[in-house]
Design a protein around this ligand. Structure first.
Ligand code: MN
Length: 226
């Protein structure tokens, strides 16, 4: 049987200073190497704790442990997607989408500008800690917007993610202080449309094969099929 796995902090595909001026080098380093690493470590510690309890036949606080697991694994997964749906401007970040994602957005929202306005408003209106998220619903064949509170609440289970924006205070405060709206607007300068289009293609491809297969809605959005 395959050995049980653990989570690991992914390397960024660009340098800490490469998303400036959207994010300063100091902010991105703290966010990736500090916050994201902590979610990975806490998720792994919880898995070890659950493994140990199962070996010993003991029962801790399941409610507490699995809620904490959802928070930390959700944090790990969303940050992993976030780093990759951004790119430095020298590597194609910003601009407008092409390909399938452009068609999906145009079809759903009427125009790319309308999509940007709605996504930005979703991000602006997140209360306290959370995320603005664009997902794909294969049943209705529509991209949908949602907010994720913390890293795991208020989300619609089961939908594959196209794009995320972290709007926790830790994501912007060092550079923007309380001007979250400016951070949300500047995000468009580093969106990696090539990566997001690839996600749309992957989801569409998987949908053709698997669209009516039973998928566990509680975990389908947590397991990246990349
Ligand atoms: Mn974050």
């Amino acid at each position: 049987m395959a050995e049980k796995g653990f989570y690991s902090l992914p390397d960024l595909k660009y340098g800490y200073g490469d998303l400036a001026p959207f994010l300063s080098e100091q902010l991105l380093k703290i966010h990736h190497d500090g916050h994201h690493r902590k979610y990975v470590n806490q998720a792994n510690a919880l898995l070890e704790k659950l493994d140990k309890a199962r070996e010993e036949g003991t029962m801790g606080s399941m409610k507490c442990d699995i809620q904490s697991l959802a928070f930390n694994v959700g944090g790990h997964y969303l940050h992993s997607l976030f780093w990759e749906n951004m790119a430095p401007t020298y590597a194609g970040g910003g601009g407008e989408p092409g390909g399938l994602i452009a068609d999906l957005l145009e079809n759903e929202f009427g125009s790319f500008d309308r999509f940007k306005k709605e996504f930005t408003e979703v991000a602006n209106s997140v209360e306290s800690s959370g995320w603005a998220v664009l997902v794909m619903c294969m049943e209705a064949n529509r991209p949908l917007l949602m907010q994720v509170k913390d890293h795991h609440l208020y989300s619609i289970p089961g939908f594959r993610i196209l794009m995320v924006l972290d709007v926790w205070e830790h994501a912007y405060y060092l550079d923007y202080q309380n001007d979250k709206a400016k951070y949300n607007q500047t995000f468009w300068d580093v969106v990696n449309w090539i990566e997001i289009d690839q996600r749309a293609e992957d989801i569409a491809g998987a949908g053709k094969v698997e669209s009516r297969k039973a998928v566990n809605p509680a975990t389908a959005h947590i397991i990246p099929k990349r």
